[in-house]
Design a protein around this ligand. Structure first.
Ligand code: ASP
Ligand code: MG
Length: 405
C-alpha cells in the first residue's frame, strides 16, 4: 500500500468523458489498496477564458479579485470529479486550496506556498476517502484566495506530495513524458525513462514546457520522486529523480530551444565603474528579467554590452536603453527580435570535457553563426538567428547521440 499523489492537467479533464477516464484511473489505484490524493487543473482553456473576461472590463484588473475569479476553474473540476467518483460508488471529497490549508504569501497571481497543514487531508485518507484538491490555489494569512502562477497546479501537487511524504507524485499530462527534445521539431526525439532534478530544472527554464519550474524546485528540495506520464496511455513516462551515479555516463540528455527572447546591444559604452549598474537598474525597476549578459573588452576605454530580455518586454527595454545610452554616453542601441536560444543539457558535462567545442563545431558545420554563448555547470546555450532554430536542434540532437535508432 502506498500514498500516491496524482495530478491531472487541463486537457486530461477537458470534458466529462475525460473526467470519467480520470475517475477510472483513480479507482484502479484506489481499489488496489492505495491512498490517493488527486490534484486537478481547470478544464483546458478555462483559465485563459477567465483572464480574457476580466480584461474585457479593464487592462489592469484588481489582482485580488482576479485570483478569486481564476480559482473557480479548479473549483469546477474538483467538484465534478468527486460527483463522478461518488456516482460510480466511490467515496470522494473535494477540497479547495484554503480548505486543504495550502498557505501562501500574498503575491496575488504568483503566490508562493509557505506551508501546508495536511491534518484534514490525513484524516480524510484514514477514512478511506479519495481526496481531490484544487490545484493552483491557496490562501494567505488573512484568508484571501491566492493563485500560484500559470501552470501552478504542478507545484500544488508536488508540494502536497512533499508534505504528505507521498511515495510518488504522478503528473498526468497530454505528452508521454520528458523528451530529449521537442518531438514536434525533431522526429528522432526520444522519451527519457529517467532524468535528474537539475536537468529537469534547466530544461524547464530553457523552454521545455512539461513541468512548472517551481514544481521541480520543490521536488528537488524535498526529494519527491515525480513521474511525468500521459493520461491517455498506459505506458510509463519519465521519472524525475535525484541524480544517480550512472547518469553521468550520458554527456547530454536533452536539447532545448526558446524563441521567447530578444537581444539588445549598446555599443561604445564608456568602460568605467558604475556603468553596468546604470544600464541594468532601470531595466530591473521596470520589472524586466534579463537573461544572458555579455560585455566585451575593447581598447580605448570603451566596451560593447549585449543582453537578452523576454520578447514581450523588448519594446519597453529598448525605450529604456535609448534613454540610458544618452546619459552614459553610449554610441548606439541596437536590437534584434529574431533570435533563438538553443541549449544542450546534461549532468554528464560535469565530468566530460569538450562539450562546448563539439557544440560549436556542429553549428559551424551548418554555417550557423553563434551570436552569444552562456554556460552553467550542466548546460551550454547559444543564441543564433531564429531561422536556424530547427536545423540547430536537429544537428545537436544527432551530434550528441540522442537520435532514436
Ligand atoms: N489552470 C491554471 C493554468 O491554466 C493552472 C494549471 O493549469 O496548472 O495556468
Ligand atoms: Mg498545466
Amino acid at each position: 500500500m502506498a500514498l500516491i499523489v496524482q495530478k491531472y492537467g487541463g486537457t486530461s479533464v477537458g470534458d466529462l468523458n475525460r473526467i470519467r477516464k480520470v475517475a477510472e484511473r483513480i479507482i484502479k489505484v484506489y481499489t488496489a489498496g492505495n491512498d490517493v490524493v488527486v490534484v486537478l487543473s481547470a478544464m483546458a482553456g478555462v483559465t485563459d477564458r477567465l483572464i480574457q473576461l476580466a480584461h474585457q472590463i479593464t487592462k489592469d484588473p484588481n489582482r485580488r479579485e482576479l485570483d478569486v475569479l481564476l480559482a473557480t476553474g479548479e473549483q469546477t473540476t474538483v467538484s465534478l470529479l468527486c460527483i463522478m467518483l461518488e456516482s460510480m460508488g466511490y467515496p470522494a471529497i473535494s477540497l479547495l486550496g484554503y480548505q486543504a490549508e495550502i498557505l501562501t504569501n500574498r503575491a496575488f497571481g504568483r503566490a508562493r506556498i509557505v506551508e501546508i497543514h495536511a491534518d484534514r487531508i490525513k484524516e480524510l485518507l484514514s477514512q478511506k476517502k479519495i481526496v481531490a484538491v484544487a490545484g493552483f490555489q491557496g490562501r494567505d494569512q488573512q484568508g484571501n484566495i491566492t493563485t500560484l502562477g500559470r501552470g501552478g497546479s504542478d507545484t500544488s501537487a508536488v508540494a502536497l506530495a512533499a508534505t504528505l511524504r507521498a511515495d510518488i507524485c504522478e503528473i498526468y499530462t497530454d505528452v508521454e513524458g520528458v523528451f530529449t527534445t521537442d518531438p514536434n521539431l525533431c522526429k528522432n526525439a526520444r522519451k527519457l525513462p529517467k532524468i535528474s532534478y537539475d536537468e529537469m530544472l534547466e530544461m524547464a527554464s530553457l523552454g521545455a514546457k512539461v513541468l512548472q519550474i517551481r514544481a521541480v524546485e520543490f521536488a528537488k528540495k524535498f526529494n519527491v520522486p515525480v513521474h511525468v506520464r500521459s493520461s491517455f496511455k498506459e505506458e510509463e513516462g519519465t521519472m524525475v529523480v535525484e541524480e544517480e551515479k550512472d547518469m553521468e555516463r550520458v554527456v547530454v540528455s536533452g536539447v532545448t530551444y526558446s524563441k521567447d527572447e530578444a537581444r539588445i546591444t549598446l555599443t561604445r559604452v564608456p568602460d568605467q565603474p558604475g556603468i553596468a549598474s546604470r544600464i541594468f537598474t532601470p531595466i530591473a525597476e521596470a520589472g524586466i528579467v534579463v537573461d544572458m549578459i555579455i560585455q566585451n573588452t575593447r581598447k580605448g576605454g570603451l566596451t560593447d554590452l549585449t543582453f537578452t530580455v523576454p520578447k514581450s518586454d523588448y519594446q519597453r527595454a529598448m525605450a529604456i536603453q535609448k534613454e540610458a545610452a544618452k546619459t552614459i554616453g553610449a554610441e548606439q542601441v541596437l536590437g534584434d527580435e529574431h533570435i533563438a536560444k538553443v541549449s544542450v543539457i546534461g549532468v554528464g558535462m560535469r565530468s566530460h570535457s569538450g562539450v562546448a567545442a563539439k557544440m560549436f563545431t556542429a553549428l559551424a558545420r551548418e554555417n550557423i553563426n553563434i551570436i552569444m554563448i552562456s554556460t552553467s555547470e550542466i548546460k551550454i546555450s547559444c543564441v543564433i538567428e531564429e531561422k536556424y532554430t530547427e536545423l540547430a536542434v536537429r544537428v545537436l540532437h544527432n551530434v550528441f547521440g540522442l537520435d532514436s535508432l
